[in-house]
Design a binder for this molecule. Structure first.
Ligand code: DGL
Length: 272
């Protein structure tokens, strides 16, 4: 059995395109509808209630595109809204990035000492710490909020002295509380990996939840017999939706997606 319907993916903006890229690599025969809530980014600085409300609106909107499952590409929304979205969407499989990232971190760390770089909202709720501890109850998790990195990535500023200065400051607690593994617990942070790596040692291990999430989505859909039939690659395989700014979505999004997104491919939608 196979299911040709698209997979819905949403994020607060363009950062989740790193997750979409990994999903496409893991499942080249699937169709996707990606929604970036660019009008309301950042989610990371907002309260859990507000993020849950926004996430619910994104999910309900994507359901109108007849999607067969939902991927929450946003760490902040995964941290605060996953149970609410599962309940709201009834039987539809809903997968967030947080649990696969936590599992990968627990599996990667030899010492159980793990740092999580994330938004304020993700850090505040302690969701990564809880999730990592379900895979390794002895883990010691150092959660570090790095909000300025989101703003820098949104400006397309991913290297150079300003980024180094900001990243150095955010990583400083690791000198006091050593870890062997660092989780990029925010959609925007994979683009900073070269700079972040240069500021720690070559022995530090890095976890990007995008690839592990893609594998978790594939496994879930396979177990439910919801994967599309192989070989039926669709030229309209990805549909891009944004709540504001098609030109900005295309320009900044290309950086995260790893390939050019034409502005004409981005539809602006109203979630109300
Ligand atoms: N998508 C958010 C996350 O992964 C980062 C950007 C934001 O704060 O909205 O947590």
């Amino acid at each position: 059995m196979s299911d040709a319907r698209a997979i819905g993916v949403f994020d607060s903006g363009v950062g989740g395109l790193t997750v979409l890229r990994a999903l496409r690599q893991a499942m080249p025969f699937e169709r996707f509808v990606y929604l970036g809530d660019t009008a309301r980014l950042p989610y990371g600085a907002k309260s859990a209630d507000t993020v849950s409300r926004y996430a619910l609106q994104c999910a309900v909107n994507l359901r109108r595109y007849d999607v067969k499952s939902l991927v929450i590409a946003c760490n902040t929304a995964s941290a605060v809204a996953l149970p609410a979205l599962r309940e709201a969407l009834g039987g539809m499989p809903v997968i967030g990035v947080l649990e696969p990232g936590a599992q990968a971190a627990a599996a990667t760390s030899a010492t159980g000492k793990i740092a999580v770089l994330a938004t304020e909202g993700t850090v505040r709720g302690g969701a990564y710490e809880r999730a990592i501890k379900t895979f390794n109850s002895h883990a010691q998790v150092l959660s570090l909020a790095c909000p300025l990195l989101v703003a820098l990535a949104e400006e397309g500023l991913v290297s150079g002295p300003i980024v180094e200065l900001v990243a150095r400051r955010y990583l400083a607690p690791i000198a006091v509380t050593p870890v062997d593994t660092v989780v990029l617990g925010c959609t925007h942070f994979p683009v900073f990996l070269p700079v972040l790596q240069s500021l720690l040692t070559p022995e530090h291990r890095w976890v990007d939840s995008a690839a592990t999430t893609a594998l978790a989505v594939r496994a879930t859909l396979a177990s439910l017999r919801l994967l599309a039939q192989e070989g039926l690659a669709d030229p309209r395989a990805v549909r891009f939706l944004a709540t504001d700014g098609a030109e900005r979505f295309a320009r900044v999004g290309s950086l995260f997606y790893g390939e050019a997104i034409p502005e004409s491919a981005v539809e602006v939608v109203d979630l109300a």
